[in-house]
Every structure is written in structure tokens, then in C-alpha cells.
Design a protein around this ligand. Sequence first.
Ligand code: SF4
Length: 395
Amino acid sequence: MAEFSKFEILKEVEILLRSRDVANLLVNCIKKLCEKISEDVRIMSFCGTHEWSVTNYGLRSLLPKKIEIIAGPGCPVCVTPSYYIEELIKLSMDGVQIYTYGDVFRLPAVKLVRGAKSLEDAKALGGEVRVVTGLVDAIELAKNCKDSIFVGIGFETVAPGYAHAILKDLIPKNLKILSLLKLTPPAMYFTVEKIDKDEKPLSGIIAPGHVSTIVGAKAWKKVAEDFRIPIVVAGFEPVDILMAIAKILQQIISGEAKVELEYTRAVSYDGDLRAQKLLSSIFEAKEDAWRGIGFIPGSGLRINEGYRRYDAFEYFNIEELRKSEWNYDLNAGCRCSDIVLGRAKPTDCKLFMRVCNPENPYGPCMVSVEGTCSIWARFGAKEFTDDILEELKLR
Ligand code: SF4
């Protein structure tokens, strides 16, 4: 048998995962499974990258009509409260150097703060804001600089990197981290629990693959068991997602509701135990606000007591957003609240591509590459193109 290098095997796997033939086989299998199910099937792809794959590869157009794929709240930028952006705008204008990711830079706030509605505006008005690709960049730039903040936004996938830098004391004394990190398992539980009785029920969930590399497939067990919902942890190639859909259908047919692992090449049942230990040694989980959703118990990571010297909340006296002051957090007319909870599609928003587009984002879901509105705007979803064809009277 010919010897293959690791690289060659990976290349072969990649070709297989994007193979039209394999995808067609799975689509046929999905169609056959669907014939055995009488009710409509509503599947939430929790993660923004899954929504990207579903839309970018046009997977919705391949599926039987009775299968609806809806997006979930898995975009950390979309769910970061406006309040923290407003606080950062103030600090940047008071001369504190802010280091932030490019999508957070453009994230629109609700309130106008000293003439600015985003960190991008603040920079244009003289605020000290700089876009970085990550904490490593910020650490380099902050050396020998003034008081600075790195805006730490993300889910469990980026958190171990921040924890490692703190544990190894790699961060200059003048640089503090504003940890706005969020945990996804409590958010998934909350999202499913929040589904009203008069809403269409959820038939299955495609659980986030990246996050699961850290938390493991076990993290979704409680949701599957408590709400009797089939859950499949999937990778991000078209074949991964089609396979996950087929597995969910199989569970529906056999009356099961368990967590299955499709993304075995990257995820284990227990996850990365070292990373989990690292996170619990540096951070503490707290109730946290999700933009457009509300306060979710145990869903935010803040730097714990032992490492407060790295904490921007502590050093700059930044107050946490209070429940009494939180009010959906969205600009008038923006339906991001419904979109991140899977209750509406971007095309249900009257502002989509009229007032709000990737060049001029009006709401938070239009900013990040993982935001559902941004994905639909950039890659066109079936419903979106249908709308345009109808407007142009071409169908
Ligand atoms: S299109 Fe814009 S305004 Fe409408 S829901 Fe999406 S982000 Fe909000």
C-alpha cells in the first residue's frame, strides 16, 4: 500500500469533505429520512461559522422544504452589549489606548457618546483606538506605551489564549484586559428554554464545533436531556453539516434525544481538559448580559480575584452593566434580538440591505463575519435572492 504523509491524508479528507458526490449522497439520504417524518423539522445551527457554511455553500437550497435551518446566538460580537462599547468610547476619548478586533471596532452602539456611536467614530474624533488581530498584537504594541485596554471578546475558543498570557505573566503592566468573554452552553440552555409555546418547536441543534474542541461534546448533554432535543456536534465543511442534519433526522425517527459527535477529527467527548483547567484557574463565571437576549446566569467570564492586576474592570473602575439599566440594547427597528434567537431571518427585517448593510451596519448582526445579517448580505441566502427576484419581477 502506498505510504501517505499526514499532509496528503489531510488533503484527501479535505477533498472528501467538499466533494459534490458525497454531498449528493447525503442529500439523498436526508430526503429519504425526511419521508419518514410527518412534521416540519426546525434545526438551529447555533454557531455563526455554521451559518456561514450553510449560507455560503447554499445548503438550504439542497434540503427538502420541510427542513428549516435557523441561526442561533453564536456570534460573540453580535451579543456584546452596547453599554461596554459606550464605556470604551469614553475611555478612548479620555486618552486610554484601546486595542480591539476589527469587527468590534465597527460595532454600533445605541447611545451617542461624545459624538461617537462606535469605536471607529471615536477614532475619527481623536479617540485612542487601534485595531489588532489579537492579544499577542496588543501585547507587542502596548510595550512602553501608556495605559491600555485589550477588548477581550469571544467564546471558549479564544479564552484559553488570554488565560495563558495571564498565567505566564506575558502582559505588560500598563495593558489590562476587559474580559467580555462568554460561555456558550448556558446560552444554548437559555435559548431553548426561552422558546415560547406558540413558537415552532426546535427539532434539533447543530452544536458549535470550535467551542466543543474546548468544552467537549459533554457540554451539550443537559440541553439534549432536559429538552429532549437531538444535538450533533459538527465540523464546518458542507459534508459535516449535511451529515449532522442526517444524524438529527435519524434521532427524530428513532425517538432519541442525545448528543452525537460528527466532528470526531477535532472534538472529543470530554474536550480539552487542560484548557478547561486553565480557564477555571484564571476566570470566574458570572451572570452576563447578551445583547438583544438578556442576562444569562453563569454565561460570562471575568478575571478572578487572584489575577485582578490584569483586569480592566478593576483598574479603570468600569462598572458592570446593571440589569435595571439594560433594555434590549438595539437601535430602533433592528431585529437582531429575534435573529439571534432564531425567531426571524434577516430578510424579515425591514432595514436589511436598505438602511443596514455591511458597509454601514445599523445593528450588531451586520458587523462580524459570524453575524447572520452580515452573512446573508455578503453571500446571499436563498430567501434573500428570492426577495430580490420578486422585487425585480423576475419570478
Ligand atoms: S438587518 Fe441590520 S437592523 Fe436589521 S436585524 Fe439585521 S443587523 Fe439589525
